[in-house]
Every structure is written in C-alpha cells, then in structure tokens.
Design a protein around this ligand. Structure first.
Ligand code: RTP
Ligand code: MG
Length: 140
C-alpha cells in the first residue's frame, strides 16, 4: 500500500503533563513518521470550527473549552495505512475501554481529556491537515 498521511493532535491534558515526547515515541515505534509538527494555542472559536461536526453533542462546549485551555501539538503522521494505524495506537475514545499498550490506556485521564486526536478517514485527514498546515510546512 502507498504511504498515507493522517492528522494528529496531542491534547492539552498531555502537553500540560509533559507527555509530548512519550506520545510521539509511541507513533514512531508504530512506524509512523512525523512529517510536520508545531505547538499552538487554539482560541475557543478555532476549536469550535475544528469540532463543528460535534456541535449538537452535549459535550461540545466542554470539548471546545478543554481544547483551548492549554497549548496543543498538531502533527502530520505518515506511514503505510497511517489513519488506521494511528487510531490503533491511540486506543478507544474512553480510556476505560482502551487496549493495553495504547496511548489512551497509558495516559488519558477521562473520555474527554483523552490525550490525543486522530483523523478517522482519508477525507477528514485531508481537511484537518489543510486546516492546520500550509503546503510549505509539509516535508515528505
Ligand atoms: P478524536 O476525534 O479526538 O480522535 O476522538 P474519537 O474519534 O475517538 O472521538 P469522537 O467521538 O470523535 O469525539 C471527539 C472527542 O470529543 C471528546 N468526547 N467527550 N464527554 C464525552 O462523552 C465525550 N465523548 C467524546 C473526546 O475528547 C473525543 O476524543
Ligand atoms: Mg473523532
């Protein structure tokens, strides 16, 4: 299979606890290469645009508040089957249900403060990468 790219966020609960390196190591150990990375601090409005798909859900306001509470690290990960591989390494959304060895099992605090985001499909990966990175920032 050809190389695929996916979009990842190391969320505020993780950057705050200095877990950026430990989480990035998990990606690299799984064969995912970091081809772009930056630390940013979203406004609540910017988080709201990113999570617009969830705007009718009861946790939307809390999620946008959380995602703008501290800096995050946004990354583009590349590898074979990168979207599925990244979601496998992240583990289930709820850390109580995440498999051993996954990022969320090891690091997440709760279903909301769950340390990482990863794109769920090729179309969303493309949109999410374009929302955060310009072509000049993407080095193959
Ligand atoms: P993500 O989008 O962050 O990679 O996570 P996901 O696909 O596993 O989860 P999704 O259903 O897309 O939800 C997005 C994020 O919203 C927060 N959430 N809170 N309080 C709750 O019940 C609840 N449910 C979801 C989580 O931060 C989740 O990652
Ligand atoms: Mg999702």
């Amino acid at each position: 299979m050809a190389l695929e790219r996916t979009f990842s966020i190391i969320k505020p609960d993780a950057t705050k606890r200095n877990l950026t390196g430990a989480i990035t190591a998990k990606f690299e150990e799984a064969g995912l290469r970091v081809v772009a990375s930056k630390r940013i601090h979203l406004t609540k409005a910017q988080a709201g645009v990113f999570y617009a798909v969830h705007k009718e859900r009861p946790f939307y306001d809390e999620l946008c508040e959380f995602m703008s509470s501290e800096p995050i690290v946004v990354q583009v990960l590349e590898g074979e089957n990168a979207i599925a591989k990244n979601r496998e390494v992240m583990g289930a959304t709820n850390p109580a249900e995440a498999a051993d060895g996954t990022i969320r099992k090891e690091f997440a605090l709760s279903i909301g403060e769950n340390s990482v985001h990863g794109s769920d499909a090729p179309e969303t990966a493309k949109e999410e990468i374009a929302y955060f990175f310009s072509g000049l920032e993407l080095v193959g």
